[in-house]
Design a protein around this ligand. Structure first.
Ligand code: ADP
Length: 265
């Protein structure tokens, strides 16, 4: 067992972050990030303190999905300050997108640099005490997942798998499941996303990509089936629209919190 990094221990140790849930999917575009956002929003709406860490370094989407476009990471004497979704400060978001100059800038990094960034996110972000940390990971099983597990294993993270009912997504999820068992990451359960489309006019449900494949996979692999989410055009609108007020609020709340804060370049 490698020694626990002292900086990471100072953020996560002694029960500071009670539950860590990683959102995983074998394939991109199946709704892993959307599920992470919705999970974070719904848990924080229940009065819990939640952090949402976007580790999809090359395709970060949490800043946009949480209406925080334009927010930057602020540095305080106690570390990097996350952006808050609203004034209640119950949902804190941290993403590499908050380090980039332009919203269309790309991250072109090899494994070691990604590893260093993840270590920094885990050791430097001042989340404070959290009931839940939701970690949005890249699709598949890559450098990011290996680094994440290396650093967070002592703090008992768990995973939620997201799939669409399509065979190709289901097959890729078997790989994610295999990864979880290899690295000892317990799987809380599986969500079948984009499961049917309910016509807003006639209410008929069309199973665009089939239905029930996620549930069958969960049953076969002995993991919990957490439910299915239909294709919902309303969800796309909510997730794609940046909310200007939320941005202003997040900036104001973070900047006002500390005396001397400066933008991280
Ligand atoms: P991933 O993280 O797996 O790459 P995303 O969460 O970014 O996938 O979702 C991909 C796109 O699909 C996004 O534009 C998102 O708004 C949309 N989307 C995800 N889930 C649903 C859903 N249930 N209904 C409609 N659109 C969805």
């Amino acid at each position: 067992q490698p020694a626990v990094d002292p900086k990471i221990f100072s953020r996560f140790g002694n029960g500071k972050i009670k539950n860590i849930i990683c959102s995983l999917s074998g394939k991109g575009g199946v709704g892993k990030s959307s599920v992470a956002t919705q999970l974070a929003l719904s848990i924080s709406a229940q009065g819990k303190r939640v952090g949402l860490l976007d580790l999809d370094l090359t395709g970060p989407s949490q800043v946009r999905m949480c209406g925080l476009e334009g927010a930057k990471i602020l540095q305080s004497s106690q570390g990097w300050l996350p952006a808050y979704v609203d004034a209640s400060q119950r949902l804190a978001v941290m993403s590499v997108a908050m380090l980039l100059k332009g919203k269309n800038d790309s991250v072109v990094w090899r494994g070691p640099k990604k590893n260093a960034m993840i270590k920094q996110f885990l050791g430097d972000v001042r989340w404070g005490e959290l009931d839940y940390l939701i970690v949005d990971t890249p699709p598949g099983t890559s450098d990011e997942h290996i680094s994440l597990m290396e650093y967070l294993r002592p703090f008992s993270p768990c995973a939620i798998l997201v799939t669409t009912p399509q065979a190709v997504s289901l097959a890729d999820n078997l790989r994610s499941l295999d990864f979880c068992s290899k690295v000892g990451l317990p799987v809380v359960g599986l969500i079948e996303n984009m499961s049917g489309y309910v016509c807003p006019h006639c209410a008929e449900c069309t199973n665009v990509w089939g239905k029930g494949g996620g549930q069958a996979l969960a049953e076969r692999e002995g993991i919990r089936f957490l439910g299915r989410i239909p294709i919902d055009p309303g969800l796309v609108r909510v997730l794609d629209d940046a909310k200007d007020e939320a941005v202003a609020l997040a900036k104001g709340a973070s900047a006002g919190e500390q005396g001397a804060v400066k933008k991280v370049e």
